[in-house]
Design a binder for this molecule. Structure first.
Ligand code: CCH
Length: 292
């Protein structure tokens, strides 16, 4: 699994594009899994591997891919991400020269772009670390909490309110699983396509507390088939968050632009400048662009 890989060549952008294309194959070959795509869970893996960053101590982040190690791999927040890590392991078998941090973040980039999202500028340079680099539990957000908790967590990574709201739009994708987080259900009607529907639904639907034995979550009164976490709902109750949520609900292009910038930065957290192989991040080509 770890061990040194003899680098008898310097990978180029084309080599990383080959990895990207292999990830596309695996994402699409999901059969009955969830909504027919591994895309959302790959986005969650990339985010949880990056979102442990602490700007004060400069620890955590995507550099060392420490989620490979216990106890980080078994932190409650990471429940279910073994699915995504196992999938990426298959890609790693074919491209043993790529670091896990580069592979996981490229997986997130690929998933977002292939699910109709914006281009996410990305560059390689992360290195594999050790179990000693693993981060303590509690660095990722707790969905049962409120606006101040989100600020504590995301300010620690170096993000502001606007970026918190933009990043949260990733919840247009995927769903909650009772056997992973305890929560249940998707946020939108199109969980494998990135849109600004997450913000639109927050404003347009009436959200009521779900009556069930699980953790506190909201459901849309009309269809009762969609969900919001307590931390999602604060985006329209907190005054500062709300103005950005409104702007993204009204303008998908603005959301895509801000989402792209924030995600690109998120995936680079914790990587020393000297490690990047290029000063300008790359735009990887989508499958569609290569077929055109
Ligand atoms: Fe998230 N997220 N997330 N999230 N998340 C969950 C699922 C996804 C929080 C809690 C949860 C971001 C921010 C937050 C995704 C991307 C992002 C789940 C369900 C919980 C709980 C897990 C399960 O049961 O499978 C909280 C709290 C925050 C606070 O801000 C950010 C930022 C991103 C990415 C930029 C994606 C995608 C999913 C769906 C995963 C899947 O398997 O479908």
């Amino acid at each position: 699994q770890s061990g040194k890989v003899a680098l008898n060549f310097t990978p180029t952008k084309e080599d990383y594009q080959k990895v990207y294309n292999k990830i596309v194959e695996f994402v699409e070959d999901a059969g009955d899994y969830d909504d027919g795509s591994y895309g959302p869970v790959l986005v969650r893996l990339a985010w949880h591997s990056s979102g442990t960053y602490d700007k004060e101590t400069k620890t955590g982040g995507s550099n060392y891919a420490t989620m490979r190690f216990e106890p980080e791999s078994t932190h409650g927040a990471n429940a279910g991400l073994n699915v995504a890590r196992d999938l990426m392991e298959k890609v790693k078998q074919e491209f043993p020269w790529i670091s896990y941090g580069d592979l996981w973040t490229l997986g997130g980039v690929c998933a977002i772009q292939e699910m109709s999202g914006p281009k996410i500028p990305w560059r390689p340079g992360r290195i594999d670390g050790f179990a000693a680099n693993a981060t303590p539990d509690g660095r990722l957000p707790d969905a049962t909490q409120g606006a101040d908790h989100l600020r504590n967590i995301f300010y620690r990574m170096g993000f502001n309110d606007q970026e918190i709201v933009a990043l949260s739009g990733a919840h247009a994708l995927g769903r909650c699983h009772a056997d992973r987080s305890g929560f249940e259900g998707p946020w939108t009607f199109s969980p494998t396509t990135l849109t600004n529907d997450y913000y639109k639904l927050l404003f347009d639907e009436k959200w009521v507390w779900k009556k069930w034995n699980g953790p506190k979550q909201l459901e849309d009164k009309k269809t009762r088939s969609l969900m919001m976490l307590p931390t999602d709902y604060v985006l329209i109750t907190d005054k500062s968050y709300k103005k950005f949520a409104r702007a993204y609900a009204d303008n998908q292009d603005l959301f895509f632009k801000d989402f792209s910038a924030a995600v690109s930065r998120l995936f680079e957290l914790g990587v020393p400048e000297s490690q990047w192989v290029t000063s300008e991040p790359w735009e990887m080509k989508t499958k569609e662009e290569q077929e055109a």
